[in-house]
Design a binder for this molecule. Structure first.
Ligand code: FE2
Length: 213
């Protein structure tokens, strides 16, 4: 399969779409690309001896939200992706990519999905954490004219904290939970610093006092 060509095709199809007015134009492509790359990078940590699926994992991530905006988007995505990809993949490879799209948002008891579905589920969720959460929230706040205080209030709210716990509990792999925790730590540091700078605080005040002219 020609991944360069299929990524170019994905950009043509999703790179201009805006299904949600608080996201940047092309978010579906950008988020899909990152999800595919992250899932492919996570794979050696959770299934070390299975590199033969890496291209399909990337493709599944790239196209997983192609149906976004036509709900249920996983089902719409299968129909769209079949049309788009059928002339580029073998029948066997196409079925794996479609399985990823179909199941990417289906959390079932015990979550007995194949590893390539579970990797995309975890990467899809992790793409809303850390610097990406900051990007998404700033886009959202800016479109709505919200202030820094509104943004800080949202991150500290029970609503957001409960959402985080729900997301963390949905992750399939321990390694994904570690990435989640690390991205969460970064966000908390960022929140603290934003709050301090928003109050005009000088963070290295002691160093500045001692520094030579
Ligand atoms: Fe997604």
């Amino acid at each position: 399969m020609d991944l360069v060509k299929l990524e170019k095709l994905a950009r043509e199809l999703m790179g201009n779409r805006q299904t949600h007015n608080s996201r940047e134009k092309g978010h579906i492509f950008n988020h899909g690309r990152r999800t595919g790359l992250l899932a492919r990078n996570l794979r050696p940590l959770v299934v070390p001896d299975c590199s033969s699926f890496d291209d399909l994992i990337f493709l599944g991530g790239l196209y997983h939200d192609i149906g976004k905006g036509i709900e249920p988007h996983a089902r719409a995505g299968v129909l769209l992706a079949r049309e788009v990809l059928k002339d580029h993949l073998t029948e066997k490879d196409l079925e794996i990519v479609l399985e990823i799209i179909e199941k990417h948002n289906k959390i079932i008891p015990g979550n007995e999905h194949p590893f390539y579905v579970k990797l995309i589920q975890d990467a899809d969720l992790l793409d809303h954490m850390g610097t990406l959460e900051i990007w998404l929230k700033f886009c959202y706040s800016s479109r709505r004219g919200e202030s820094i205080e509104d943004t800080l209030g949202y991150w500290k709210s029970d609503f957001y904290q409960k959402k985080l716990i729900k997301w963390r509990d949905r992750l399939n792999y321990a390694q994904a939970r570690k990435i989640f925790a690390e991205r969460m730590d970064f966000l908390n540091q960022f929140i603290q610093r934003l709050e301090e700078e928003n109050n005009g605080e000088i963070l290295n005040l002691e160093e500045l006092k001692d520094a030579p002219e």
